[in-house]
Design a protein around this ligand. Structure first.
Ligand SMILES: Nc1ncnc2c1ncn2[C@@H]1O[C@H](COP(=O)(O)OP(=O)(O)OP(=O)(O)O)[C@@H](O)[C@H]1O
Length: 881
């Protein structure tokens, strides 16, 4: 034991008085100094004598410094420094509870009705010091408004809130809403702050952690700072923030400016009596659980307490249990783990379930037979892997050692090598440990992009060493990479198993949205199903940002509301947040969206529309009768160019509320070996990420020509077709992924693609020569135009050639619009009209006639006949299949 007398560091000045809070009604107590039993009884039997109990709403103080400086004004000096152990109540509640300043109360959060996790772990009990203040009685005061306070609530320090919560509630304040707290008072008048004795001697042990890596001097300095004022130390202190370790003891938390949280465990060996208390000695053996035999619940550690630094502790040993949750069976972990694991992203996905099983299995085994575990997680950025690891580490009471390989200094290979060695060297000091190497692929290449074998082999050696030693405590190493190709084989071999994270599906996105929205009220117009559909391609992080932005919008809208935690999210907030996010991140712009083309924009093609409704829309809308399982995977639209194949595919996506991912065949072809196949895989991956989604392959003939007939060297096209077939077969099982192909030449497409189960529905989009259909098309195209006389459209159509396609009509209409615009400009130039930017351009019959005069149809009659022949050939094929 390295004894270090901190007396010199802490200063040897005389004992400070107990901090006392004054109150007019505070009663004074007299205890016979010799009556040890009587005195002990006041502090021991916390549960045997029932005091007054009261359930209250509470709020967590946000601006801590300001708040307590204001509250301090109501108390006499010396000011009380233990605000983190304090509960601030108003005068009315204090008389109801019959408590005064400085009284001690027992506190516990009340489980909410819908909180299913509450049956698994009870909220911890905690003690707090009462401070009575009516400073915030005037809710309208600017101070109360600034501090977001009101007199209805009891106020607590964030640290106390932190200690009152369950492990799963660690991340934010959201659980405050609708949560109540029970305060139980003790009838004893001695259950007061002023009666708390102080310790004459305390041993301090630092809890080992990857983050506690300061020099001894720094620790001494922090302790000196911390104990420069008397500190109230609570026994039975449940410390839940520290990787879910329940330190059943008294612990001191010090938040350092530039490291994170440092925890010291204090073992008090002797408690010196207070002014009117008898001498009392308590031997507290090291180790957890011993606190249960303690007579006191509180003590002061202060300047003249003899403090020395004891050994460093492993938090797991402190729990007194070899394995963290020996009784937790695998099945329970997966079934009832909601308490903590509900925070895990993608929990429902197979990957995470596997991970959980593997890690829990590791804990089920005797630790001596511990199997080293190392996993490589292939996951796109923002998919929530750090949150997953945090939750797993929390669940299994392990330290989380997070290393972002991007941030490692790779100025020179030797510097990087040293850094890696240092990291691996420090892992055994903080067991049990879950080590997360984020972006491990950066170790594959140096800063100039050349292969860095030195770093990779150092990593591999260190991993080998780490995994081969029996430490007696579990070590789990996880590493992330956005793509497996970017990790060298040497690095890949370091890991036992490679997991690939699928992007969140629509249901998962919906679950994440629910998780992030938490207790915030949702107005009825917000439909999470639609929102999860609109957020195709969004990662875990993106969804979290989206919800936060929406909450921010709601906050600004309700700026004047007092209970901000309850301000409901409206559809308008969500929409604004969505737009804001899309502007912030261009990546989402690429993500498939629902197009805004409706059936009304498609003129004619009534047969095709009817077919589509029967084959896709009806089964999709009636999912309950399992009809969607019979929905065809793919539809092939074929016909002459410009007949509205793309338009029709977009309308299908819109009408069936599907995201639309458009791909032009040639775009996917690449000169590098294997890249074209990879591009196809990527398209399907992206579509699955945005499901429900429709992939539209335009010019399919160029992507999937007849195999064996193309003259490319190396059979690239054959491999592309095979890859496409494989992916199409994969989508057959998926009920929310559709494929639509478009081509002018179905005869050039590999027949394997037209087999049932692939593009099994072929729809011909041809040229309809009837005047009625042509009028429908021109009407659809001009429905946003300002036309002088809509009746003229019929006359125009009558003059049009019979073989005009939709695209021809589009060209005619835009020519007419250009002609109308030109006419107006010349009028302005001639001074006959004034420029009014807001005025619509009115198209006249003359404009159409002028456009028609110069018009030439894109299809010749000969070509049309050829397409009709193709129609005959393939529509009979359709029927046959
Ligand atoms: N039936 C229709 N109703 C309204 N507009 C149409 C129709 N058909 C085509 N159009 C117009 O023609 C334009 C081009 O059509 P689209 O791109 O859908 O044709 P396509 O058959 O996919 O052509 P390609 O085979 O050359 O790719 C559309 O943007 C639309 O404005």
């Amino acid at each position: 034991m390295a004894e270090l007398n901190l007396m010199s560091l802490l200063g040897l000045s005389g004992a400070r008085d107990f901090p006392t809070l004054t109150s007019a009604s505070q009663s004074t107590s007299t205890i016979n100094p010799g009556d040890k039993t009587k005195q002990a009884r006041h502090f021991t039997t916390i549960n045997d004598v029932l005091g007054i109990s009261c359930t209250v709403s509470f709020s967590v103080v946000k601006n801590v410094e300001k708040f307590f400086s204001v509250v301090c004004e109501s108390f006499s000096k010396p000011s009380f420094e233990d605000w983190p152990s304090c509960v601030i109540i108003n005068g009315k509640l204090s008389s109801q509870l019959r408590v005064h300043n400085g009284d001690l109360v027992q506190m516990q959060l009340e489980p909410r009705e819908h909180d299913h996790s509450s049956s698994i772990i009870d909220f911890p009990n905690h003690f707090a010091v009462v401070a009575v203040s009516d400073q915030f009685a005037y809710e309208t005061s600017s101070l109360a408004e600034e501090l977001e306070l009101d007199s209805k609530h009891v106020h607590i320090h964030p640290l106390l809130w932190f200690n009152l919560k369950k492990p799963c509630h660690y991340n934010n304040h959201s659980c405050v809403a609708n949560t109540k707290m029970k305060i139980v008072t003790r009838p004893s008048q001695h259950f007061q702050l002023k009666n708390v004795p102080y310790a004459s001697k305390a041993a301090i042990s630092l809890v080992l952690s990857p983050h506690n890596n300061l020099s001894n001097d720094k620790y001494d300095y922090l302790l000196k700072q911390y104990f420069s004022t008397p500190r109230l130390i609570l026994f039975y202190f449940y410390w839940q923030g520290f990787r879910r370790e329940f330190l059943h003891s008294n612990a001191v938390l010090i938040i350092d400016n530039y490291t994170s949280i440092i925890i010291f465990i204090i073992n008090v060996f002797q408690i010196r009596p207070g002014p009117d208390l008898a001498g009392f000695e308590i031997q507290k053996p090291a180790g957890a659980g011993a606190g249960a035999d303690f007579s006191y619940h509180f003590t002061y550690v202060r300047k003249n307490t003899h403090i020395y630094v004891d050994r460093r502790l492993n938090p797991a040993t402190k729990s007194g249990r070899g394995r963290i949750r020996p009784d937790l069976k695998k099945s329970r972990i997966l079934a009832g783990a909601g308490a903590e694991l509900r925070c895990i992203p993608n929990f429902k996905s197979l990957t995470v379930e596997l991970l959980v099983i593997i890690i829990s299995d590791m804990h089920e085994r005797d630790i001596q037979q511990h199997i080293p575990s190392s996993f490589l997680l292939v996951s796109p950025a923002g998919s929530g892997v750090p949150q997953l690891c945090t939750a797993l580490a929390s669940h299994y009471n392990m330290h989380l050692y997070n290393v972002n390989c991007d941030m490692l200094d790779n100025q020179s290979p030797s510097a990087l090598e040293l850094k890696l060695k240092h990291i691996f060297h420090s892992i055994p000091k903080c067991l049990p440990c879950l080590v997360l190497f984020e972006n491990v692929d950066t170790l594959t290449n140096d800063k100039d992009g050349n292969e860095d074998r030195r770093s990779a082999s150092t990593f591999s050696e260190c991993m080998h060493e780490l995994m081969s030693k029996p430490y007696g405590w579990p070590v789990v190493v996880m590493a992330t990479t956005p793509s497996i190709q970017s990790v060298s084989l040497l690095l890949q071999k370091c890991f036992m198993k490679i997991f690939t994270f699928d992007p969140p599906s629509q249901t998962q996105r919906r679950n994440f949205l629910k998780l992030f929205i938490g207790d915030t009220l949702l107005s009825e117009d917000v439909d999470l199903k639609t929102l999860s559909m609109q957020t195709g391609g969004f990662t875990f992080d993106a969804l979290c940002i989206l919800v936060n932005l929406a909450k921010e919008q709601a906050f600004y809208r309700n700026k004047k509301m007092v209970e901000k935690a309850n301000c409901a999210l409206l559809q308008v907030d969500v929409e604004r947040a969505l737009n804001q996010l899309k502007k912030l991140n261009v990546n989402f712009i690429d993500a498939p969206k629902i197009p805004n083309v409706t059936w009304a924009d498609v003129g004619g093609l009534d047969d095709v529309k009817r077919d589509v409704i029967d084959t896709i829309q009806l089964p999709l809308n009636h999912t309950d009768n399992n009809a969607n399982k019979t929905t065809p995977t793919g539809i092939l639209l074929f016909g002459p160019p410009g007949t509205g194949k793309t338009l029709m595919a977009k309308a299908i996506a819109n009408e069936c509320s599907l995201n639309f991912l458009s791909v032009k065949g040639p775009e996917l072809l690449n000169m590098y070996v294997g890249q074209s196949e990879e591009n196809i895989r990527e398209v399907f991956r992206k579509a699955r990420q945005s499901s429900p989604c429709v992939i539209f392959f335009d010019e399919l003939d160029s992507l999937a020509p007849n195999r064996g007939r193309t003259a490319d060297s190396g059979g690239v096209m054959d491999r592309v077709v095979s890859q496409l077939l494989a992916e199409l077969d994969g989508t057959t099982k998926s009920t929310d992924l559709f494929v639509i192909g478009a081509t002018n030449r179905p005869d050039l497409i590999d027949p394997a693609l037209l087999r049932p189960g692939r593009f099994d529905k072929m729809l011909y989009l041809g040229v309809d020569s009837s005047r009625e259909t042509q009028l429908k098309i021109i009407n659809a195209l001009t429905n946003k135009f300002q036309i002088e006389d809509r009746g003229c459209l019929q006359r125009i159509v009558d003059k049009c050639p019979r073989q005009m396609t939709g695209a021809d009509f589009y060209a005619l209409c835009s020519d007419a619009l250009i002609s109308a615009t030109r006419r107006i400009i010349s009028k302005i130039e001639a001074g006959q009209a004034t420029l009014d930017v807001h005025a619509d351009v009115v198209v006249t019959e003359d404009d159409f006639n002028e456009a028609l005069h110069q018009f030439k149809p894109s299809l010749s009659l000969k070509e049309l006949i050829r397409y009709e022949e193709l129609k005959e050939q393939f529509c009979s094929f359709n029927k046959a299949s």
